[in-house]
Design a protein around this ligand. Structure first.
Ligand SMILES: [Zn+2]
Length: 84
């Protein structure tokens, strides 16, 4: 199960974030921020799985866990902001 707030709504197909490393920058860049304080200093809990096809780590699960904001020092909801 993937926590819906960890998905990027600016991606049309709602595909979860896949790459944990090299990836070409998408045309529209977005950043997740804390819905309380707008800080982007947030942490997610996730497991990655190696993909033999793409030869990179892919996000396997986020355990439906809320994100953690280092600025609030607590759980937070994620908002996705466009970045230019
Ligand atoms: Zn915060």
């Amino acid at each position: 199960m993937t926590h819906p707030s960890l998905l990027n709504p600016f991606h049309a197909n709602q595909e979860p974030a896949k790459s944990f490393g090299r990836r070409a920058a998408p045309a529209t860049r977005t950043t997740p921020v804390c819905s309380n304080c707008q800080s982007d200093d947030i942490i997610g809990h996730a497991t990655v799985q190696w993909s033999n096809e793409s030869q990179e780590w892919e996000l396997a699960s986020t355990f439906a866990q809320p994100a953690h904001c280092n600025h609030c020092n607590g759980q937070c909801d994620i908002m996705w902001l466009p970045r230019n």
